[in-house]
Design a protein around this ligand. Structure first.
Ligand SMILES: O=C(O)c1ccccc1NCC(=O)[C@H](O)[C@H](O)COP(=O)(O)O
Length: 406
């Protein structure tokens, strides 16, 4: 079977790639126009510290795993030729993403190809290897981080570990239940120590204590930051909250770029994951959503503007959409974003399909909650305004203007 390499490298060039090729599972290159039925969960050149025979975990469209050995004896020139090919594949995939209005570029964990002059090797510092905004920087960092993590915990290990994890809890069901019980949007309360836009929000950060306070205060679900570098979160926080017996279903708040991360989130105890439309092409959203369904996880698909909303409404199987009031490239927050995206035909379609919409970011007061509820959301995702409170549970009552725990 033939397949797409699943990472999306980025281009520093503006021209079309000379080779519009994709790698097959055998490592040969195939013409993408012939259609593909398989996606690889890892790139073939992922780390500088490779073991003698590197076992590559690849994942088929049906979620099963395959393994292909990579020779360590690749010479430097073979290696750089492959890196260049990988770069070119990435350029092609970035063009596909750009055609869908995606501004966030991707690049392989190996970075742009090296240039050689005599005995010297160097990378050119240019527009193509400098992130244009914080979201792009996070994604580039994530590509490197995931490729290293995958080597430590290959998919086959995660699949084995999944045999012993408890079943997932119904994330969307919990939001619907809270909404009909209180008449207010169901709350996804965020366990977040820091963020790029706001810095450290809480020095005395105990994720389990905060999670318990949120649950006691009436949260329907929790969102737990997993990213370490930019949000001071971790997958271990998800695990600790789950193991502490917190009943609220858990959203793994991570920058998901490939299927391996979804398996990892499931093993760590998540019940839902986030997919950001500003980062993922339609085909990836569709594929990753299917993986979630297979694993019993909910997928919260986040949009920020009309174009992303229209793309997501065109994807089959979408049940949960988050409208982020925060522009993740500029950090600007505007709650009227939620209202704008739910007006007219879009709102009508969403109601007809019974898609649950979550209003995200910048919600601080009962008036803010009333405003997004009026716009049509049935759930809200709130971080800063409650996590900063001495008692985050009481913070929930202040946010809603009443005790919603009863
Ligand atoms: O918040 C950031 O600085 C940020 C930067 C880059 C990517 C994502 C980012 N935030 C994620 C979120 O949007 C929020 O954590 C979430 O919606 C809660 O927002 P808030 O209630 O305003 O804390």
């Amino acid at each position: 079977m033939e397949g797409l390499v699943s990472f999306h490298a980025v281009s520093s060039f503006t021209c079309r790639p000379k080779f519009s090729f994709l790698k097959s599972t055998q490592g040969t290159l195939v013409d993408p126009r012939r259609g593909n039925s398989l996606s690889l969960a890892s790139s073939s050149l992922s780390s500088s510290s490779t073991p003698a025979i590197r076992s590559q975990q690849m994942e088929t469209k049906d979620g099963s795993a395959a393994t292909a050995p990579i020779r360590e004896s690749e010479s430097k020139s073979e290696r750089s030729a492959l890196e260049i090919k990988e770069w070119e594949v990435g350029m092609f995939q970035n063009e596909v993403a750009a055609s869908q209005g995606i501004r966030i570029r991707r690049r392989p964990p190996t970075g742009p190809p090296l240039h050689y002059v005599g005995p010297f090797e160097f990378r050119l510092q240019n527009e193509g290897n400098t992130p244009r905004n914080i979201l792009e920087e996070i994604i580039w960092n994530k590509d490197t981080e995931v490729s290293k993590l995958k080597e430590k915990k290959p998919l086959s290990l995660l699949m084995k570990a999944m045999e012993n994890v408890p079943p997932t809890r119904d994330f969307v069901g919990a939001l619907r239940e809270a909404n009909s019980r209180t008449g207010l949007p169901g709350l996804i309360a965020e366990v977040k120590k820091a963020s790029p836009s706001r810095g450290v929000l809480r020095e005395d950060f105990d994720p389990v204590e905060i999670a318990r306070a949120y649950e006691k205060g009436g949260a329907a679900c929790l969102s737990v930051l997993a990213d370490e570098k930019y949000f001071k979160g971790s997958f271990e926080n998800i695990e600790a909250i789950r193991n502490a017996g917190v009943k609220c279903p858990l959203l793994c708040k991570e920058f998901i770029i490939e299927a391996w991360q979804i398996y990892y989130a499931r093993v760590k105890g998540a019940d839902a994951i986030l997919l950001i439309a500003a980062v993922l092409p339609d085909l990836d959203i569709s594929y990753l959503t299917k993986i979630c369904k297979r694993l019993g996880l909910a997928a919260l698909i986040e949009v920020h503007d009309e174009r992303e909303m229209d793309r997501v409404l065109g994807i089959e199987g979408v049940e949960l959409i988050g409208i982020n009031n925060r522009n993740l490239e500029t950090f600007e927050v505007d709650t009227s974003n939620t209202k704008r995206l739910l007006e007219g035909e879009r709102g009508k379609l969403i109601r007809e399909r019974d898609i649950m919409v979550v209003g995200e970011s910048g919600l601080f007061t009962p008036d803010d909650i009333a405003y997004v509820q009026e716009a049509g959301v049935k759930a809200v995702l709130v971080g800063e305004s409650i996590v900063k409170k001495n008692d985050p549970g009481k913070g929930i009552a202040e946010l809603f203007g009443k005790d919603i725990s009863l």
